[in-house]
Design a binder for this molecule. Structure first.
Ligand code: PXP
Length: 254
């Protein structure tokens, strides 16, 4: 292959590549259940990368019941793919992320005590807050993504707060998928098209699984990244971590 053709092919694949970022919070939950260092969160992150994951996601919460702030510090020099830190932008979170400087920060609106994220931002009501926080992260050279639902007004609001990407909150898609996948995906395709038209890159996450991931990728091929934790770690109990990561990667291939 000539250099030019290789360049063309790389451009082609890079344009369509949807990265798999493995959320390792569940590994920390398992470790914390016993108080020791089994399983070793840092080792699992590096192994996920060896097994093919193109990113590692962590979600440190203020009570540190899953990933601890100290885990994030330890992971920073170890993660060689894309490091994504997600969370509510409290003062301590902002300080941590600005110091660690991951490739990407994903802002979620959930209160500290939430079990998991259960909604996207109201980007209209929180416009001023988001503008300030996003400016801070961008001044540190960190790509900023915000978690949003599919409401057109909130996608338009996201474009106005200056974020680089939006992460679509896919729980409603996952819930409706087994009933009627075509109508489940429709609001997500509409939101994805609107985001693209507004110049926003697109991530997706929440309850994505081996059952519903391929269809989402087929319908929204320009997705930049999916962040997956719960289902992937649960699947790993049956298939093993290496096989499971390969199975998820296969769903994302054309
Ligand atoms: N994206 C965000 C913003 C999240 O908060 C979570 C859950 O921590 C995920 C993605 C991953 O969701 P799941 O664990 O259901 O794959």
């Amino acid at each position: 292959m000539t250099g030019f053709n290789r360049l063309k092919e790389n451009f082609h694949t890079e344009g369509k590549l949807t990265k798999l970022s493995v959320n390792i919070n569940k590994i920390a939950t398992l470790r914390n259940a016993r108080g020791g260092n089994v399983p070793d969160v840092q080792k699992v992150a590096v192994d996920c990368e060896h097994f093919g994951a193109q990113g590692i996601t962590v979600h440190p919460r203020p009570d540190e019941r899953h990933i601890r702030y100290s885990d994030v510090e330890l992971l920073k020099p170890l993660v060689s793919t894309e490091f994504n830190i997600e969370g509510y932008p409290s003062p301590s979170f902002i300080e941590l992320v600005a110091r660690i400087k991951p490739h990407q920060v994903t802002l979620v609106p959930d209160p500290p005590e939430a079990i998991t994220s259960s909604a996207g931002w109201d980007t209209i009501e929180h416009h001023d807050f988001l503008v300030d926080v996003i400016k801070t992260f961008q001044s540190h050279g960190i790509r900023t993504s915000i978690f949003v639902g599919t409401e057109a007004g909130f996608i338009e609001g996201a474009a106005k707060v200056g974020c680089n990407r939006v992460e679509l909150y896919t729980e409603p898609y996952a819930t409706s998928y087994p009933v009627d996948r075509a109508s489940a995906i429709k609001p997500f395709v509409d939101a994805a098209v609107r985001a693209r038209d507004l110049g926003l890159e697109l991530n997706a996450g929440h309850d994505l699984s081996l059952e519903n991931l391929r269809y989402m990728k087929e319908q929204i091929p320009w997705l930049k990244e999916v962040s997956i934790g719960h289902a992937l770690i649960a699947d790993a109990l049956y298939y093993g971590l290496q096989n499971t990561i390969q199975m998820y990667l296969r769903q994302l291939r054309d």
